[in-house]
Design a protein around this ligand. Structure first.
Ligand code: HEC
Ligand code: HEC
Length: 256
């Protein structure tokens, strides 16, 4: 009697342990293959209850990429995607997490389907992503392998600075890379222009567009105004004068 109860208890415990480990996405993962141009990537997944937190660090063309997403299994979640809110629906089924996301970006609608598939031994995860940006489709897949917890130490490293990441930075050298493109988006938004107003689309380091040099002078000017008149704080920004125009107005509308 006792023995058989113990026996059943053992079998139950073993089977729950097995199913838990089979679907155990938690841990530190290293990119082994694929990844759509991402290199040397480390990913940490922390799943607690219905929340799945995914943090990644990797390099793309010499520029450090850090990302963090939080998903809710069996529900909806909102993350930041290139400065706009992205809505995701997440499903967990056996060894697969499926994520459907959508965001409205300045370039158009972004749609993505991600499938995270865990191998039966729980040591390999394949992430397949199909995305659509303004009607242009893209497929990528990445193979991650389980890594020791110590591999997560890269997340404690200070973030790469723009001066080290890009080729031709003269003023914004100390801006952390994750903040650099958002700064660029603010420039564009403040002036009501696209990136190409200041940049050659195929070579962002190029000095060909005169507006780029003007923007540097403006950065120094705005910095000086803030330092000399506002105690160094960012009281005056590009937008303070530009208000979505390349040439700031000098008089209110309708004034002569
Ligand atoms: C108003 C002009 C302006 C706009 C608009 C602008 N940028 Fe820039 N960008 C600059 C300036 C100025 C620099 C150099 C900064 C420095 O020297 O510190 C730069 C540098 C860069 C670099 C570094 C290139 C390298 O290798 O040195 C990248 C990448 C970049 N911009 C991307 C963008 C993107 C993407 C957009 C659109 C979202 C954008 N920029 C919009 C002015 C602009
Ligand atoms: C104190 C007001 C002021 C601030 C702050 C300011 N600008 Fe300007 N900016 C101007 C004025 C005025 C002009 C137009 C000059 C002229 O008439 O040619 C101008 C012109 C420009 C131009 C050239 C426009 C073109 O046609 O290409 C660029 C680029 C520019 N600013 C970028 C910036 C950026 C980037 C910032 C923030 C770092 C900034 N400005 C902040 C006043 C300002």
């Amino acid at each position: 009697m006792r023995l058989s109860r113990l026996h059943i208890g053992y079998i139950l415990a073993a089977s729950t342990l097995m199913s838990a480990s089979a679907a155990d996405f938690n841990g530190v993962w290293k990119l082994k293959a694929g990844g759509g141009g991402l290199q040397d990537a480390t990913m940490v997944i922390e799943r607690a209850g219905d929340e799945v937190r995914q943090r990644t660090i990797g390099m793309r063309g010499g520029v450090e990429q850090r990302s963090e997403f939080k998903y809710k299994t069996g529900g909806e979640s909102i993350n930041d995607f290139r400065g706009t809110p992205m809505k995701s629906e997440t499903k967990l089924e056996a060894n697969t997490i499926e994520i459907h996301s959508q965001a409205k970006t300045s370039r158009g609608e972004y749609l993505a389907t991600e499938m995270w598939k865990l191998s039966s031994d729980g040591n390999t995860m394949v992430i397949q992503i199909h995305s659509d940006m303004a009607g242009r489709g893209n497929d990528s897949s990445a193979v991650y392998e389980r890594a020791p917890a110590s591999a997560a130490a890269v997340f404690d490293r200070p973030e790469q600075k723009a001066g080290a990441a890009y080729k031709n930075i003269q003023i914004l050298k100390d801006v952390p890379v994750s903040n650099f493109i958002p700064v660029m988006r603010r420039f564009a938004g403040a002036l009501g222009v696209e990136c190409e107003h200041c940049h050659v689309a195929t070579d962002f380091a190029s000095e060909e567009k005169p507006a780029k040099a003007t923007a540097r002078k403006m950065l120094l000017m705005a910095g000086a105004i803030n330092k000399d008149h506002f105690g160094g704080q960012g009281a005056v920004s590009c937008y303070t004068c530009h208000r979505g125009q390349t040439k700031p107005a000098t008089a209110p509308p309708g004034a002569q």
